[in-house]
Design a protein around this ligand. Structure first.
Ligand SMILES: NC(=O)c1ccc[n+]([C@@H]2O[C@H](COP(=O)([O-])OP(=O)(O)OC[C@H]3O[C@@H](n4cnc5c(N)ncnc54)[C@H](OP(=O)(O)O)[C@@H]3O)[C@@H](O)[C@H]2O)c1
Length: 302
């Protein structure tokens, strides 16, 4: 790779906000899943540290926090409430329904009308809200990714909860393009949250389709999730730009498409501060070309 010259700057190459649910959202948000205990189950080792991460995120300008009552379960939402309630104007909390946990931390589907109502009620109670800003219906995953199948029944049930005033907006998660199209015929869909990062690009077309429609795509595992991204190319680009690999991974997403709203997760204030600086990192075109190669190699390997 030829030498790269860009670095952290005050003049980002991309928009820093994008609309979601009638609000202007900072494209660098925060995902709260990592605040629960190991395996997203039980309490964190250090609850005070989790509270500190959330408060620092909001201080640094985050106005989009992703959560679910099945993280913990209940615990992540309770920590968010402890840290941030009463919530600042403009802070958008996005939650998910469609799963529940067994008593060993396993993930079970929960799509019945009664389970969806219970999930919405639990989120309201544990977050201390009268109405949820955005609720994503989280569909099922199989080994290949989102599993096909109609979402009409659970989406209709969720739309009824919206009619009742318990939910303002509905989104989708872990879905195929066909499920997005079906969902949009049934109810306004304000965002789609799927697995996507520089190495996992199966949703490239969906990102572009939603961009054309003005709908946010929220990539989960933006840093690789439980196996943080690692690649010689990523390390080399970061070194040349005087940035960290995680900052480069987030900057790549910010530059990839303006409708990407990021929710990197961390349980560390130091990592949070590092990640937030990605908003100012400009990747030169040669770096983007090199980083695009990571996704092509990963795609070829599968
Ligand atoms: N819809 C769904 O089915 C679904 C599935 C998974 C996740 N999500 C959502 O997506 C959000 C993001 O996903 P995620 O948190 O699982 O994965 P992620 O953001 O890709 O990565 C988080 C991991 O990266 C580490 N990390 C973060 N910043 C770092 C840094 N600067 N340097 C080194 N390591 C760093 C974290 O460890 P530390 O804690 O040590 O920083 C953690 O292990 C979640 O919080 C959740 O809200 C949704």
């Amino acid at each position: 790779m030829t030498a790269l010259t860009s670095t952290l700057t005050d003049a980002p190459a991309h928009a820093l906000t994008y609309p979601l649910a009638e609000r202007s959202i900072q494209r660098l948000g925060y995902g709260a899943m990592q605040l629960a205990g190991p395996g997203v189950f039980g309490p964190p080792k250090d609850r005070a540290a989790a509270v500190a991460v959330l408060r620092e995120a909001v201080e640094l300008g985050v106005n989009h926090i992703d959560t679910s009552d099945f993280y913990g379960p209940h615990i992540t939402n309770q920590i968010i409430k402890e840290a941030l309630h009463p919530y600042r104007d403009g802070l958008t909390l996005v939650t998910k329904v469609g799963a529940r946990r067994d008593d060993k931390g396993g993930w079970l589907p929960a799509f019945s009308r009664a389970e969806l109502r219970q999930a919405v009620t639990d989120n309201l109670c544990n977050l201390g809200l009268d109405v949820l800003d955005v609720v994503n219906l989280r569909s099922m995953l199989d080994v290949h990714g989102p599993a096909e199948g109609s979402l009409e029944e659970p989406l209709t049930a969720l739309a009824e909860l919206r009619q009742e005033g318990l939910v303002r907006h509905i989104g989708l998660s872990n879905v195929t393009r066909r499920q997005v199209e079906e969902g949009r015929r049934l109810v306004p869909i304000v965002c789609v949250q799927n697995l996507y990062n520089m190495a996992r690009r199966a949703d490239d077309d969906l990102v572009d389709l939603l961009a054309r429609e003005g709908i946010p795509f929220v990539p989960f595992f933006p840093l690789g999730g439980f196996t943080p991204l690692q690649s010689d190319t990523l390390g080399e680009v970061a070194r040349q730009l005087n940035a960290t690999p995680m900052q480069v991974a987030l900057a790549w997403l910010l530059q990839r498409s303006e409708n990407l709203l990021l929710i990197p997760g961390t349980s560390s204030v130091a990592h949070l501060r590092e990640n937030m600086k990605a908003a100012q990192l400009v990747l030169p075109p040669e770096a983007v070309v090199a980083l695009n190669g990571i996704g092509q190699e990963a795609g070829a390997a599968h």
